[in-house]
Design a protein around this ligand. Structure first.
Ligand code: SF4
Ligand code: SF4
Length: 387
């Protein structure tokens, strides 16, 4: 049995909810900019919503929602004209906290001596706009890997500390979301500085608004500069009902006993069944907000006197990932898929005291052949049970 999960994010006592008219969202973003922060938020790029630099509310994908299904992603017009009714973005906050490529050091050879120089840490003050509950949990999980005392990655730790988190509680469930069954969403329960819940305009002409709470002193300082009124009990109730409806409408779930069941079925014939569809493309691991494997590459100039060492994202779906002297340990696609899903759902508990999966659904959407982690876990269980 895995040990009980340990908390991965602090649970602050939020301030009472304030009301922010939807038309004043630009003011909140302006205050964050005036605070000296680069804004990173959802933007449309390449036909998808991704997290990237924004300059204000006009850059947000207002009125758009994402139609997500296994191996499928389309942007479509939403019905409610909201800023944040899209769900998991194509990339995740991992891109900004643990960049796909990062120089570790420069190495120079001169006069018979080697000089190794680490580049300065690049950790600008940022505000992350629109962080979902599942991705907040993912940040907490990444923190256990990279911001963990004696073995911390100083660049990761500095980037995380310099990021102010503006969470958004989800008002709509996407087609591949399953955070409710993972206990990670759709309401942010900690780890944020500010948390918004968006309520669209009512059919009776009631204007759109956000409820807004602070979960940290930094968030409270931002609220103090906004001059907002308390939300009424009815406004808070309406916002909460929207998030509850999102949870109720989530159409996908992870089986309850995944960790123990997978550990008992390492020899399941189902691994070969999955391997017959899996392309070993590694998309799932690139899209996943918690996958953190990396490799190291050295590049030299033509003189051989100067070299750079780079850290780059890697994936357990590549042959090289398990290469040791003499060859790769996981030579078959079956072995590689088993490694990924058992690490995510079972062995992560042993290592980090939590699941490695937050139920964001990205690996399902961005798998070119639509392999679904919830369906595969269920299939292994059902096959073992002979059903
Ligand atoms: S395994 Fe899939 S659903 Fe789970 S956190 Fe990673 S991308 Fe999201
Ligand atoms: S499960 Fe899907 S996304 Fe992941 S490696 Fe296989 S084909 Fe690619």
């Amino acid at each position: 049995m895995p040990p009980p999960d340990t908390p991965v994010v602090p649970s602050p006592t939020p301030t009472p909810a304030l009301r922010l008219d939807a038309g004043r969202l630009p003011h909140l973003l302006a205050v964050l900019t005036a605070d000296g922060r680069e804004l990173i938020g959802p933007v449309v790029s390449g036909g998808a919503i991704v997290y990237g630099p924004i300059t204000g509310a006009d850059d947000l994908p207002k009125g758009l929602v994402d139609d997500q299904a296994p191996g499928r992603y389309r942007l479509v017009a939403g019905e409610s004209g909201t800023y944040f009714d899209h769900v998991a973005t194509a990339n995740s906050w991992k891109t900004f906290l643990f960049p796909p490529e990062q120089k570790i050091c420069d190495i120079a050879h001169a006069d018979g001596a080697l000089t190794v120089t680490a580049p300065p840490v690049d950790a600008p003050a940022r505000a992350f706009i629109g962080v979902r509950a599942c991705d907040l949990r993912a940040m907490g999980i990444l923190g256990k890997v990279f911001d963990n005392g004696d073995f911390a990655d100083p660049a990761y730790a500095a980037r995380r500390r310099n990021a102010l988190i503006v969470a958004v509680n989800c008002g709509r469930a996407g087609g591949t979301c399953f955070c409710t069954s993972m206990g990670t969403g759709p309401k942010a329960d900690g780890g944020y500085d500010l948390a918004l819940t968006e309520v669209p305009a009512g059919g009776d002409g009631a204007p759109a608004y956000f409820t807004l709470v602070a979960g940290s002193d930094a968030g409270r300082r931002i609220l103090d500069r906004l001059d907002l009124n308390r939300a009424t009990a009815a406004e808070v109730e309406t916002a909460a009902a929207r998030v509850a409806a999102c949870a109720d409408s989530m159409g996908r779930e992870m089986i309850a006993d995944a960790a123990e069941m997978l550990g008992d079925n390492l020899d399941s014939p189902h691994w070969q069944t999955v391997a017959e569809r899996c392309l070993n493309c590694a998309n799932c691991t690139m899209a996943c907000p918690t996958c953190f494997c990396s490799t190291v590459e050295d590049v030299t100039d033509l003189t051989g006197d100067n070299a750079e060492r780079w850290r780059k994202w890697d994936s357990c779906f590549t042959l090289d990932h398990s290469y040791m002297h003499g060859g790769s340990l996981r030579r078959s696609g079956a072995a590689r898929y088993r490694q990924w899903i058992t690490h995510k759902l079972a062995h992560w508990h042993d290592q980090f005291g939590t699941s490695g999966c937050t139920g964001c659904g990205r690996c399902i959407t961005w798998c070119p052949v639509g392999i679904d982690i919830t369906e595969e876990a269920r299939a292994v269980r059902d096959r073992a049970a002979g059903t």
